[in-house]
Ligand binder design. Sequence first.
Ligand SMILES: Nc1nc2c(ncn2[C@@H]2O[C@H](COP(=O)(O)OP(=O)(O)OP(=O)(O)O)[C@@H](O)[C@H]2O)c(=O)[nH]1
Ligand SMILES: [Mg+2]
Length: 383
Amino acid sequence: MRALIVGIGQCGTKIADLFALVDFEAIAVNTSKGDLEYLKHVPSERRVLIGEGLTNGKGVNANPILGREAMKRDLPVVMRKIGSIIGYEDVDVFFLTFGFGGGTGAGGTPVLAQALKEEYPEALVVAIGALPLREEGIRPTINAAITIDKLSRVADSIIAIDNNKLKEGNDDITRAYERINYTVVERIASLLALVDVPGEQTLDASDLKFVLKAFGSFATVGYAKAEAGKVKNLSRLIMRSFESEGLYLDANIESALYGLVAIHGPPEVLKASEIFEALDYLTGKIRGKQIFRGFYPDPREREVEVVTLLSGIYESSSIEEIIITAKQYARSFMEVKEEAETRKKELLSGLPDFDDVYPAGMEENYPGSIEGIIKRLRRREDE
Ligand SMILES: Nc1nc2c(ncn2[C@@H]2O[C@H](COP(=O)(O)OP(=O)(O)OP(=O)(O)O)[C@@H](O)[C@H]2O)c(=O)[nH]1
Ligand SMILES: [Mg+2]
């Protein structure tokens, strides 16, 4: 299976950079020249600066209108770059990585998603976006809500990563982001790495595409890992990958349409009865009643790793919180605006105009006034 990662904005390009580190084909697109230079693993010829005429290479300061405009203006450059990397071999999935709360990623990603859908109708477009932290305040929340709306109309799936959920302890923010990004890439990369690999019952590209083709709804990736010697019942470990602490997003998994589970570990631990116990239970639980499965016994392995993908999710408290907060803010903003306009009108009504308070005819004599200048010019013409 061929996946192409396109990172947009700072958060997105940092995630793409980690994908490049683990040998995925990745491109970085940003309005900030400095942020592009800061990357370590995406080769420099795969970094595209957009909107330079608009921002001078300095980013868009969380303004998605500018982010959108930058992407629109330089879309041909970005698409040409993508085309040159793709060459003659098809791409199965485009993963667009970005932060929902900024300007470049939030504004630019829906524009690029749309263009990719038009140019490569056979490929899937999957958005992988980080949701803003609560503490970031209102603007990132609004950016996120509107971008969710836009992407839900063009992307096949949206893998939303709730930064709130993954932020733990007292990590400073840079370290917290690094850790989140690393976790995201580790999980998605290990899932992709197991597609088309020989195993007991294997997953192929068409399974993954089937699961991710979910009408712009949400998807989440779950994960659970344990030392092989400590696994008493594999069924429990599989279930854990579907539980809250394993997922990126607070979501009701019963609202999921499809699932995909990949299990990797030493053969003596991968007991069929325990695997099927968990998978049958989970299949009954999700809406679409279908879970694709892959088992990868590996005698050299000392750990058991379960990676889960759930798609078609429409109930998520992480998402709902953002949408509701954004709507409340939009409503109160409109109210405040209306109130201010009413007050302004009340305050200023009844004021006279200049003509009401200054005697007529003065303008002629005032040398700097337009009327005065015109009259003088006319006079000169007549002479
Ligand atoms: N998970 C994760 N989230 C991030 C990271 N960096 C920023 N964010 C989140 O993404 C949002 C900011 O997006 P950025 O990518 O910094 O913004 P941008 O797209 O570059 O846009 P501008 O800076 O406005 O030009 C905020 O809501 C942050 O919480 C990161 O490295 N990892
Ligand atoms: Mg930026």
